[in-house]
Design a binder for this molecule. Structure first.
Ligand code: GEK
Length: 269
């Protein structure tokens, strides 16, 4: 890793700063890629802390040399965070993203910033990807962009891909069950965005663009879905306003047919 960060090459997010006749659905295109590090840092409470914890969680739970999937990796910030904390032989990183513009920039960044680590980025849909066995799977603010009806099938496939003892980190924008609580969290979230330099116009136009594109679940829905997919335990380890991160474990003892069919990955001492 060098001392520089991705934000060096990033522009300030001004996508929704002027009034638009018709606010288009949000998409991860060239314009978003150009300002993405600035956008996500100013829009997602706890984003930097959650990235920082990925390395610490991996250091505790990842089998030495195992694969780490970063699904919806955008510009590869998860890979940078892991490479900043773990030795080159500690893991193999596979980032996956649907946006060609994101994938191109992620490949460039990871090659430049961590040339000694095994880092690959695949352009593809995380719903249909053929997964190899993995020790850790990260979904950092990605599941929320899948149609709700596709979420359970993905979790079941990810559980099958995880090695026994593997860990999944799921960070999401969430919705509170209680309407009043939810309204309070959303209002304070808008305060957070204002404090980070977004105008009321930007906040409301971005909200319109994300309507039906980003559909948040409640934490209860996430934990129940993880349990149905087979995860023995899941904990909410971080919540800041209406954003949270959950860690879920595939117990050591658990073996399922999908894993036994997969190529063997011997454990190291
Ligand atoms: C970070 N994790 O910086 N398949 C693959 N990628 C997808 C799919 C899909 N079906 N749907 C959406 N994406 C990153 C931030 S951003 C979160 C993740 C945000 C991708 C999409 O192209 C985008 O790059 C990413 O998921 C979501 O830690 O912008 O709020």
């Amino acid at each position: 890793m060098t001392g520089s960060t991705m934000s060096d090459a990033s522009y300030r997010d001004a996508i929704f700063s002027t009034p638009l006749d018709r606010v288009a659905r949000f998409s991860f295109d060239e314009r978003v890629v150009a300002c993405f590090p600035d956008m996500i840092r100013r829009s997602v409470p706890g984003y930097g802390q959650i990235l920082g914890m990925l390395g610490l969680i991996a250091a505790r739970h990842l089998r030495h040399g195992a694969r780490v999937y970063d699904l919806g990796c955008s510009l590869g910030a998860g890979g940078l965070a892991l490479a900043g904390r773990l030795a080159p032989d500690a893991f193999r990183y596979t980032g996956v993203d649907l946006s060609p513009a994101m994938v191109a920039r992620a490949r460039e960044t990871l090659a430049a910033e961590c040339p000694g680590h095994a880092m690959e980025v695949i352009e593809g849909d995380i719903r249909t990807l053929e997964y190899a066995p993995a020790g850790m799977i990260v979904l950092n603010f990605t599941l929320q962009f899948l149609p709700p009806e596709d979420r359970e099938a993905l979790m079941t496939r990810l559980f099958a891909a995880l090695e026994p003892g593997g860990v999944l980190v799921l960070s999401e924008k969430i919705r509170a069950e209680d309407e009043q609580e939810n309204a309070w969290l959303v209002e304070r979230y808008h305060d957070f965005k204002r404090a980070n330099g977004y105008s009321d116009l930007e906040i409301s136009q971005k909200r319109t663009a994300l309507e039906n594109v980003l559909v948040p679940d409640t934490l209860a829905t996430h934990h129940a879905r993880l349990a149905r997919a087979g995860f023995s335990r899941s904990y909410t380890w971080c919540q800041l306003l209406n954003f949270a991160s959950v860690v879920a474990f595939k117990s050591e003892a658990f073996k399922d047919a999908a894993f036994e069919d997969a190529p063997s990955t011997p454990r190291e001492a």
